[in-house]
Every structure is written in structure tokens, then in C-alpha cells.
Design a protein. Structure first.
Length: 177
């Protein structure tokens, strides 16, 4: 169930994700100061607007995001800046809204990834990589250990600026509520 967000939280979310998208597209990095600012905004504004309950909402959003994104980071499918950005988004939006943002971001990210793979004509390699990823994960192993190209830090891997995808998912969420 989507919870209505006060206008000031919506504006904070827009400012954080738009800034992150800008930096991620330009430099392929999301600055720590920006992610920390988003966390402070989320905790502070929620505490101010919802009092004691607001801190709980912000911490639950932050915690849920880390629960889902840290494993992606550990298998090197996601950068640390993306994890921290989603934690900031979670602290601003709260757990229920963050989950919807996550799902919208996942769908948009999948569409963008398919478009990138198609345009780069790397469909066969990508299907082979997906097979390796699923096989290694099913055995409890990190896929990048079998194939270094599956490490998002590898120069040969195709990558999307996930901060921009997170921004698109967050904005799509905000324009539908």
C-alpha cells in the first residue's frame, strides 16, 4: 500500500535523485556527501513531520533498502554509491513507498539494460552471462569469481548509470501518487 508523502519529502526526494542522476551520468559515481545529505534529510524531515514515528519510518525504509541492495553489492552487481543512494531514498520515502520505488526502478532498469544490450549487439553474450549468474548463485557462489566480466567494476562489462535509473524510478513513483 502506497503511503502519501508530504510535499517537502517529495521535493527532498526529487532533489536527491536528480542530483545523483546528474553525477552518475557525468562521472559514473554518486558522491558520498550527496548520499549522506539524503540520509540526513530523510531522517530529519520524517522526524520533524511525523515525530517519533517518523524516525522509525525512515529507519525502516533505510533498513529495507540495505537488506535488498547489500547482497547485490557483495556479488559486485551494484556499486556502493547505488546502495547508499537507495538507502537515502528509503530514509526519505519509508519502507512501503521504497518498495514500490524499488519495483518501478527494477522494471525501468530492465528495460534500459535490454535496450543497451540490444544496441551494443551483445544479446548472445548477455544470455550466456545470465546463465552463469544463475548457475553460480544457485550454488551460493559469487558469479564474478567464475567470470571477471561479471564484476560491475570490470572495464569490459556493460554498465548503466544506476543512479539515473533510480532517479527515473523515483520520479515515476512520485508522478503516479
Amino acid at each position: 500500500m502506497i503511503e502519501q508523502m508530504p510535499l517537502v519529502l517529495k521535493l527532498a526526494l526529487i532533489a536527491v535523485v536528480a542530483s545523483a542522476a546528474y553525477y552518475d551520468v557525468r562521472t559514473r559515481k554518486i558522491p558520498n556527501w550527496l548520499n549522506l545529505s539524503g540520509l540526513v534529510l530523510g531522517l530529519g524531515l520524517n522526524a520533524l513531520l511525523l515525530h517519533g514515528h517518523g524516525v522509525v519510518v525512515a529507519l525502516l525504509g533505510l533498513g529495507l533498502s540495505l537488506l535488498i541492495y547489500i547482497p547485490l553489492y557483495l556479488i559486485r552487481g551494484m556499486g556502493a554509491g547505488d546502495v547508499k543512494l537507495m538507502a537515502a531514498v528509503g530514509s526519505i520515502a519509508g519502507p512501503q513507498n521504497w518498495l514500490v520505488i524499488f519495483l518501478v526502478t527494477a522494471v525501468l532498469g530492465g528495460i534500459a539494460a535490454f535496450a543497451l544490450v540490444f544496441c551494443k549487439r551483445r544479446i548472445p553474450e548477455t544470455l550466456a552471462n545470465l546463465s552463469t549468474i544463475l548457475g553460480e548463485l544457485s550454488r551460493g557462489k559469487a558469479p564474478f569469481r567464475k567470470d571477471p566480466e561479471l564484476d560491475m567494476r570490470n572495464q569490459r562489462s556493460l554498465g548503466l548509470p544506476h543512479g539515473a535509473v533510480i532517479a527515473a524510478g523515483s520520479l515515476a513513483f512520485l508522478f503516479t501518487i
